[in-house]
Design a protein around this ligand. Structure first.
Ligand code: ADP
Ligand code: MG
Length: 613
């Protein structure tokens, strides 16, 4: 039942003008359809939404007697009391979207409830009811918003191009589609289907329907719930090889609501820490469910910002779950033979390097790509998926349906079962049998169903890094005296590194104008190349508390780098030792600088390449 909110409650709702353009209209209409319990929603836009936006749903509909009421300010069927406001379970609750949209457009609503035999058509011009009549229609609601902002030229002027506005709409709808895999969502732009989901509840399938095949086989499904059941996370996370230069492919939902949230961003960063280069971001889709009392959604009128009351608990729940997912077997990067390689990772310029191809002999790479796939884009620019605005104006329903059927068939041909990985099946290096060493650098190994190439330097770095970090914790401040002290020349102007070094456990004695004797070293670094470390430290230390986690990370990274020598040929014993040490690491998958420690090629992959399968 729609009614006008009491003034005292209306006053408590974050106020503001939210209808800023086509995407805002689409968002409000789609949210209304979802709130109305729709299981199928079709969105059509023309000219980026400027000409018209039509949202059709098969939800509850609105009874004839309440249709006008829905357009009044603070008219909502969703909350009544202040208590309801604290336990919002619907996407809408402010009761002003329909009214605001109607004032800046010509709007038609056609709607019918299941109880009625005949539906209602309401037509409003600039917010004023121009016509109301009975009409035959399906149960559900169709809202058509025409000529948005025609009566507010100032706002019209600030709209983007058709293509630009269309891209924003597509971006929103793609997220809505993956948030609601139980809803069959269809998106039509200028007469062409951009995508459609099946509505069968398969979250992974919805993601692939929207973002296409580029992510196929790259997402690790993860699921977890906390002890009292107040937090549940479903996530699809890409292995670190699939990183992006921006956070655009980090998509978060909380209780079905698309949000941008710092707590969640930080949790993702924490989980991937040490697995990615600086400036690279992982691809993750997070679906968090919480009891409504855990968060405040009423802090911004656009409703896409939230505040967790206990962000620490929620952050560590998310980070912990993702970390476990990243340590499962599914997270081991796959290796593809005969691949054209997109050169997206480079230690010196990880962000700016354009994709390039390498010859096939270099195919063993950190960024594998199947040769038969189209060139992989680093981000999913909306324009690439969307047809140009100049495309056919007419909606040819026959072509449209046949296109959809074709797509359906293609999809079911390689349907993917959504089986969350078991979080207690971590990858174990102890299972591997070493088979030899290539180029004095790569250890070949195998288990029952895959072969592996392990970069011995990256692996060694990872092992040392974790050992040093551990020693920092366990042997805090302990030093080892040097029987034959080395000398160390302090670079000019680097005196400020002396106090932090002393805190770390170094004992340095002045020996000449800028020369020091290293009398003692921290126990955690006893076996390392101290001179190399000191030089790195002198160059890399830019101040900061030596006890901080961040600085300790950097110190451990420097220290282990200083320890890894060039092409040492390892003995069989040393190889076994290295695998054993890797197995003991918290994160054996990449070196501290983010390079992978090993690659895997499954038996199936080999069979495909040898055309046995
Ligand atoms: P809110 O969603 O914040 O309640 P709106 O202005 O968006 O406010 O909608 C007002 C009311 O109209 C809703 O509370 C709902 O009762 C009704 N309504 C709007 N759209 C639909 C729809 N597609 N199907 C059924 N009811 C709807
Ligand atoms: Mg609404």
């Amino acid at each position: 039942m729609i009614r006008i909110l009491e003034q005292s409650i209306a006053d408590k709702i974050a106020a503001g003008e939210v209808i800023t353009g086509p995407v805002a209209v689409v968002k409000e209409l789609v949210e209304n359809a979802i709130d109305a319990g729709a299981t199928a929603i079709t969105v059509e836009i023309k000219a980026g939404g400027k000409e018209y936006i039509r949202v059709t749903d098969n939800g509850s509909g609105i009874p004839s007697g309440e249709v006008e009421l829905a357009f009044q300010k603070h008219a909502t069927g969703k909350i009544v009391t202040e208590e309801d406001l604290a336990n919002i379970g619907t996407l809408g609750f402010r009761g002003e979207a329909l009214g605001s949209i109607a004032t800046v457009s010509d709007l038609e609503m056609v709607t019918r409830t299941a109880e009625e035999t005949v539906g209602t058509r309401l037509y409003l011009k600039a917010g004023e009811v121009a016509e109301k009549k009975a009409i035959g229609c399906e149960v559900g609601t169709t809202v058509t918003v025409m000529h948005l902002f025609y009566n507010t030229p100032a706002r019209l002027k600030f709209l983007r191009t058709d293509r630009g506005e269309g891209a924003l709409v597509f971006d929103f709808l793609s997220k809505a589609a993956i948030a609601y895999p139980h809803i069959r969502m269809q998106v039509v732009r200028d007469g062409k289907v951009l995508f459609h989901t099946k509505g069968n509840g398969d979250g992974l399938q919805a993601i692939l329907a929207v973002y296409g095949g580029a992510l196929k086989g790259k997402l690790i499904p993860v699921e977890a719930e906390n002890a009292d059941g107040s937090l549940a996370l479903r996530a699809y996370i890409a292995d670190p090889m699939e990183s992006r230069p921006t956070r655009k492919m980090q998509i978060f939902f909380v209780n079905g609501r698309l949000v941008h949230d710092r707590t969640m961003e930080e949790a993702v960063a924490a989980a991937y820490k040490g697995r990615l280069f600086a400036g690279r971001y992982p691809v993750v889709f997070l679906f968090l469910e919480t009891t409504p009392d855990k968060l405040d959604v009423n802090i911004h009128p656009s409703k896409d910002r939230i505040r967790f009351y206990d962000s620490e608990t929620i952050g560590s729940f998310i980070a912990g779950t993702l970390e476990k997912g990243l340590l499962t077997e599914d997270a081991v990067p796959e290796l593809h033979l005969g691949a054209k390689v997109a050169l997206t990772k480079d230690a010196t310029s990880p962000v700016t390097k354009p994709p390039a191809t390498r010859p096939a002999d270099d195919a063993v790479s950190a960024a594998p790509q199947r040769a038969d796939e189209p060139a992989k884009k680093d981000s999913y620019a909306v324009q690439d998926n969307a047809p140009s605005a100049a495309d056919s104006e007419q909606v040819d329903i026959k072509t449209l349906l046949s296109e959809m059927r074709k797509k359906d068939r293609a999809e079911s041909a390689h349907a993917i079962a959504e089986t969350p990985v078991s979080l207690d099946r971590p990858f174990d290096f102890r299972r591997l049998t070493p088979k030899g060493i290539f180029f004095d650098t790569y250890i070949a190994a195998a288990d029952e169903d895959a072969v592996y190439l392990i970069d011995q330097h990256a692996a060694h770095e990872r092992v040392l890094y974790e050992q040093i970090r551990r020693a920092f914790r366990e042997k805090e401040g302990e030093s080892q005296l040097r029987l034959t002290p080395e000398t160390f020349d302090l670079p000019p102007g680097a005196e400020d590194i002396l106090p932090p070094l002393e805190k770390l456990g170094f004992s340095l004695e002045e020996f000449g104008p800028s020369t020091y004797l290293v009398r003692a070293v921290p126990l955690s670094m006893a076996g390392l190349d101290i001179k190399a470390f000191l030089l790195d430290f002198a160059e890399g230390y830019t101040g900061g508390d030596i006890a901080s986690e961040e600085l300790r990370d950097r110190i451990a990274t420097m220290a282990c780098k200083a320890a890894v020598k060039g092409h040492d040929r390892l003995t069989e014993e040393e190889v076994l030792r290295l695998l054993q040490d890797l197995a003991d690491c918290d994160n054996p998958f990449s070196c501290p600088h983010g390079r992978p420690t090993f690659l895997r090629m499954t038996k199936g992959e080999l069979e495909r390449n040898f055309k046995r399968a």
